[in-house]
Design a protein. Structure first.
Length: 276
């Protein structure tokens, strides 16, 4: 309870948490409220919002329900953001732990590989990867993680370098524990908190990158995405601006909510550490 009070001690954190709860509720409720295929024709094309209460936000150029697409798009954004962040954190933590604990040649090689990935902008890397492999949800997640693991790797390495000097690590070596067992059972768990603090930034960046790829026609064609909805509305921006405005607002609010909630987690963790 005390940690929850620390988390909700600022209005920005409360707003971010509320947005995330709304996003999760939309994602979970999408198949219940809109069991039909969201890409199926639901009414006349370009029906304006609030004209037919069975289609509250109107329809797009093909007559698809905009509200249903928004709800199902939340599922895609949430799935991509969480999966890409988990993959990037897993890869980065593993690489950073190996580099920091092993040192020497292994450290040098892994850090040069990390530098090589960091020289290429993450969006261009994702764009090239999806263009070569082909658009699908799994490929998009892998492409985003491919450009996002370097930050966690560097943070993990820095933490591991400081932890390796502690007495319990030396004691584990003395009793004959395998180096990999020491690295991943003793050192990594204590190095994780600063790495996990990057998760909100990675999730927000992943959602934006997925939307940008979908906007360019490189998203999963079998999934409804907010980026694809914005691209669909671009052709009729003058006559039906709501087709781009609604998913654009949803995208902005989601990224803002993830960022604010992530900042709240970091601040509450910092307060707990200072108190302890």
């Amino acid at each position: 309870m005390r940690q929850l009070r620390r988390f909700f001690r600022t209005p920005e954190t409360v707003a971010g948490a509320a947005i995330l709860v709304l996003l999760v509720a939309m994602a979970l409720a999408a198949p219940l409220l809109f069991p039909r295929d969201p890409q199926a024709i639901a009414g006349p094309a370009l029906l304006p919002p609030f004209q037919d209460w069975s289609l509250p936000l109107g329809t797009d150029r093909l007559g698809r329900d905009v509200l249903a697409e928004l709800f199902h798009g939340a599922r895609t954004s949430l799935a991509v953001g969480l999966a890409a962040a988990a993959a990037a954190l897993l890869i980065g933590a593993a690489v950073g732990t190996l580099a920091g604990f092993a040192g020497g040649v292994i450290d040098e090689v892994l850090m040069r590989v990390t530098d090589a990935f960091q020289t290429v902008p993450s969006f261009l890397l994702a764009l090239a990867f999806v263009s070569i492999v082909g658009p699908s949800l799994g490929v998009v997640v892998a492409a985003i993680a491919l450009g996002a693991w370097t930050g966690p790797a560097r943070v993990a390495r820095a933490e591991v370098l400081s932890i390796c000097e502690r007495d319990y690590v030396a004691g584990a070596r003395v009793i004959g524990m395998h180096p990999l067992e020491i690295a991943f059972r003793e050192v990594l768990p204590n190095a994780l908190p600063p790495v996990l603090a990057l998760s909100s930034v990675i999730v927000a960046a992943a959602i934006l990158t997925e939307a940008a790829l979908s906007f360019l026609g490189l998203g999963d064609p079998n999934r409804v995405t907010w980026g694809d909805m914005i691209a669909e509305g671009r052709a009729v921006l003058r006559t039906a601006p709501y087709l781009s405005i609604f998913p654009g607002i949803a995208l902005v609010l989601t990224v803002l909510g993830v960022y604010l909630a992530g900042e709240g987690v970091v601040e509450s963790t910092a307060v707990r550490r200072s108190l302890s």
